[in-house]
Design a protein around this ligand. Structure first.
Ligand code: MEV
Length: 450
């Protein structure tokens, strides 16, 4: 296909699907049939999903699983998790049960401040700009008061506005840096609306101030946007028990387990290659709850990875200590989450997830999500330093392999029983499957993704 399609977004949904199917698929009718199979049976529900984004042609399913037994600050939660990776929910549930009898998870919100910037260029003298900014500072608040009224009524709003000189890094570059409290909303729209208003106020005060040399009464606003890096919207979660209580089931002595676990965390603290995978595992737990609760996992990931690099070297988001016979394991990460607004008021499954969690505030949700990340990391490290990760992972992945092979119920039962006491290896599953069907074993011709 080489030609461009113009006005695609204006086409009806049916016309979009027709175009897509006939231009991209060998069997257009089969493609159309498949797309429509994933439509919701209630037209009203489907319309809701269609309108989340542009050019919706169908829905994309992710499993919505639940991980029970999360004791957090003494209260027990069942976590909603939307994720495709086979072993994540199982690992979360296992870690939750492990810590249930060892005091559960403790979590606290350290801070909830969010930040945004007006990035602008100014060619005049900084002292004059600064003088005018300080003199007119209140105007930024009053000019934005229409936007902030509701947020102020809920206890939030603009906390601080500063002028920052960035000219050492880039000639003429300055910022208005503003801090916000957005209560239970993630706050992106609120922050961006305030920043757009601040930019207008800035241009206005510079244009009309006598203190400024008439030749320099103009600022060039480049961007007005929140920052997804929120190091002051921070949460901490931890677990703690005596080393003797660390009986984890593989037969390893608790003190050896504690020492190996601590060593694994240390390696992630000092080695970016390992830290990346280590933190990826943390985000398995974080993202699954963030997605299920209708929050922006890209924003959460971006903030987490920047935070993990704050020393100048990418490092682990979790830490561990073993001192005086006590094992401690904790996470600290920025989480800008909302429990009102956005998808939380729209998506039926998101609403259900919030109800499942007892309608948490944004701070409650920060604690729950941080705990999910910590639990996931505990589960991964526990497997890594004992039996290895493949045993548990492949056990769950077995069903995916059987689905790829289109095994019958009978065959599934037999193969699952066969692997009950063995480590699952893709080729071995195929070999067993072929043997059951009386087929020659042909691994190369079998579709795989393992
Ligand atoms: C897999 O999705 C995540 C792990 O690789 C995390 C880790 O290695 O810590 C198991």
């Amino acid at each position: 296909m080489s030609e461009q399609i113009k006005g695609f977004s204006k086409l009806s949904k049916e016309a979009k699907i027709e175009w897509l199917a006939h231009k991209h698929f060998e069997d257009p009718e089969a493609a159309i049939g498949l797309l429509k199979t994933y439509w919701h049976s209630e037209a009203k529900r489907q319309k809701l999903h269609d309108e989340f984004i542009e050019n919706t042609v169908t829905n994309y399913y992710l499993p919505f699983g639940v991980a029970p037994n999360f004791k957090i600050n003494g209260k027990v939660f069942t976590l909603p998790m939307a994720i495709e990776e086979s072993s994540v929910v199982a690992a979360a549930s296992k870690a939750a049960s492990f810590w249930f009898d060892r005091g559960g998870f403790k979590a606290e919100v350290i801070s909830t401040r969010k930040v945004g910037h007006v990035h602008f260029i100014y060619q005049g003298a900084f002292p004059q700009l600064e003088q005018v900014f300080e003199k007119n500072k209140e105007r930024f608040y009053t000019d934005a008061s229409g936007i902030t009224a509701n947020m102020r009524a809920r206890g939030g709003g603009i906390q601080e506005i500063e002028l920052i000189d960035k000219t050492a890094a880039e000639p003429g570059y300055y910022q208005l840096e503003a801090h916000f409290e957005t209560c239970d909303s993630m706050g992106a729209n609120f922050i961006n609306s305030c920043l757009e208003r601040f930019a207008e106020t800035l241009k206005e005060i510079v244009r009309t101030s006598e203190e400024i040399d008439p030749a320099f009464r103009e600022v060039e606003v480049i961007m007005r946007i929140l920052s997804n890096y929120t190091p002051e919207c921070l949460v901490r979660a931890e677990v703690e028990c005596s080393v003797e209580e660390l009986v984890e089931g593989s037969g390893m002595a608790p003190e050896d387990f504690a020492a190996r676990f601590q060593r694994a965390v240390r390696i992630a603290e000092i080695e970016p290659y390992r830290a990346t995978t280590h933190n990826k595992g943390i985000f398995n737990g974080v993202d699954a709850v963030v997605i299920a609760t209708g929050n922006d996992f890209r924003a959460v990931e971006a903030a987490g990875h920047t935070y993990a690099s704050r020393s100048g070297r990418y490092s682990s988001l979790t830490h561990c200590s073993v001192e005086d016979g006590r094992f401690r394991f904790w996470i600290e990460l920025p989480l800008a989450l909302g429990t009102v607004g956005g998808l939380t008021a729209l998506h039926p499954m998101v609403k259900l997830a919030h109800e499942m969690l007892g309608h948490p505030t944004a701070e409650d949700l920060m604690k729950i999500v941080a705990v999910s990340g910590l639990a996931q990391n505990f589960g991964a490290l526990r497997a890594l330093v004992t039996t290895g990760i493949q045993k548990g992972h492949m056990k769950m992945h077995l069903f995916n392999i059987l689905n790829q092979l289109e095994a019958t119920e009978e065959e599934r039962k037999e193969i699952v029983a066969f692997f009950a006491d063995k480590v699952v290896v893709h080729n071995e599953v195929v070999r067993k499957f072929c043997a059951l069907r009386g087929l020659p074993y042909a691994p190369e011709s079998t579709k795989r993704n393992s």
